[in-house]
Structure formats: C-alpha cells, structure tokens
Design a protein around this ligand. Structure first.
Ligand SMILES: Cc1cc2nc3c(=O)[nH]c(=O)nc-3n(C[C@H](O)[C@H](O)[C@H](O)COP(=O)(O)O)c2cc1C
Length: 248
C-alpha cells in the first residue's frame, strides 16, 4: 500500500494533521502539497491498493474556492481515502460533505472523515492546536480508517450545501517599513497576490494570512483597529474548546 498525503494548507494546521495520519500508516508516505498556484491541476493517478489522505481547511463553512481546481488532477480507481477538514473552532458546516462529493467524483472510496480543530487564522483561538494529543488521536483514527472495508457513518453537512463558497476573507494584509525585501511572502502566497514591492493585491488575496505568519520581521501585518476589534470579539465568542470529530 502506498500512502499519499494531499493538502492545501496556507498556515500549516491541515498539513500537520494529514502528515501525522500518513506517517502513522506509512513512514515512507508521499506528499502532494497543493498550496502554491503552480500545483493547480497536478496530475496523480492512484490504484485500489493505494491510500490517499486529502486535507483542506474550512473557509466560511466550505473548502477554499481556490483549492477546488487544484484537486482536479487527482484520479482514483476505487482508491481508499480519508478526508480531513481542519477548522478554527467555529464550525466546518458543509466542508466535509463537499470533500466527500469531490472525492467520489474523482474515483475515491471514502473510508473515514475527520473534522479537526486547529488554530484559527484570525484572533487568538485554540492557538496551540493541533496539539500532541490531537495528532496522536489523528494517527489512531487513520489506522482504524485504513483497516476498514467501508465507511458506515454519515458525514454531517447539508446537500445542497447551505453555505456559499467564498474566495476568502475580508482582511487584506498590510506592509510596514520593517520589510527587508526577503520575498518569503511573495514566494509563499497561495494565489500570487503579492507584487515585487511586496504589496498585497486585495482583489486576488484570499486573506489566508500565510504572509503574516511567515514574515520574519513582522512587516506583513493586520495592525488596524477594525481588525483588532473584530479579533477580540471573535476570540471571545469562540473561546470554548470544540473537540475533534472522527467518522468511520
Ligand atoms: C477566509 C477564512 C475563512 C475561515 N472560515 C472558517 C469557518 O467557517 N469556520 C472555522 O471554524 N474556521 C474558519 N477559518 C479558520 C481555518 O479553517 C483554520 O484556521 C484552518 O485550520 C486553517 O488551515 P491551514 O492552517 O491548514 O491553512 C477560516 C479561515 C480563513 C482564512
């Protein structure tokens, strides 16, 4: 059995969980990282003896609009798969059923699905997650899903989807004089929204905040009162810890 970890993961929560699962099943697992635009439509064929773990973050209750075409090159042939949606402690709404639909269309046989809490992009919500306990539970779940013949649970979510797919959020990162021009933000942007002066094009930006997280000198920022006020209120509204959900 060859295990492949496939993910779109601007700030790394999804990558960590999917890789913890893949490593538990096969230390020599392969990865298909769809986070950069060059990975759009990357072509991969899988057989019935393979196992693919597909991970996506939740954006407004769906999977990120920009990630959907990046999955188009994945072709299963009755290939067992595990679906992973990571979300920031609010809810995952229709994201997992959307993933289930895409996986089936692409020839995968879903063996398990997980809705996992990770640090939210905005504010200070579940900032340490996924933690060691989460990753341990993810790994155990992956072993059980890989050993199962078929998924018995029904994945929660609405069909037709109640949540409208969105390109991203409304907060667009700013740049301060601290910028040293290293280019990490530009090279890592999932949608090539950053120009040669390292400014963000708000029309293209999906507000994933990868540039803010990765900036070594904190030049990329969202340091405006309207964001801080939102982040304070949002963080207090979502303070109560949600638990991970695993479906087999
Ligand atoms: C534009 C946007 C929308 C989001 N919408 C939701 C949401 O509907 N529910 C939720 O709980 N978290 C939401 N989040 C938080 C992410 O789902 C969460 O932080 C996720 O684990 C990020 O994955 P990554 O680290 O792999 O990029 C949103 C984040 C962004 C950037």
């Amino acid at each position: 059995m060859g295990v492949t970890a496939v993910y779109f993961s601007p700030t790394g929560n999804t990558k960590r969980s999917v890789e913890a699962m893949a490593a538990a099943l096969d230390p020599g697992y392969k990865t298909v990282d769809l986070t950069l635009p060059s990975d759009t439509g990357v072509s991969c064929q899988f057989g019935p003896e393979d196992l693919v773990i597909i991970g996506m973050p939740v954006y407004a209750g769906r999977i990120p609009m920009v990630a959907v075409p990046r999955l188009s090159g994945l072709k299963g042939n009755g290939t067992p798969c595990i679906l992973v949606a990571t979300y920031g402690n609010r809810h995952y709404d229709d994201a997992l059923v959307e993933m289930e639909d895409i996986a089936r269309e692409h020839g995968f046989a879903v063996r398990g699905a997980a809705a996992l809490v990770g640090r939210h992009t905005y504010g200070e919500i579940q900032t340490e997650r996924p933690d060691g306990e989460d990753l341990k539970a993810d790994a155990e779940f992956a072993k059980r899903a890989a050993a199962s013949e078929a998924m018995k649970s029904t994945i929660p979510g609405s069909r037709p989807y109640k949540k409208e797919a969105v390109p991203g959020g409304k907060f667009k990162p700013l740049i301060s004089d601290a910028c040293v021009g290293c280019g990490i933000c530009k090279r890592g942007c999932p949608v090539q929204a950053i120009n040669d002066q390292f400014q963000v094009n708000p029309e293209i930006c999906i507000s994933c905040f990868r540039c803010i997280r990765n900036c070594p000198v904190h030049a990329k920022n969202m340091d405006v009162e309207v964001y801080h006020a939102f982040a304070r209120e949002f963080s207090s509204r979502l303070a109560e810890r949600r638990e991970n959900e695993y479906y087999l």
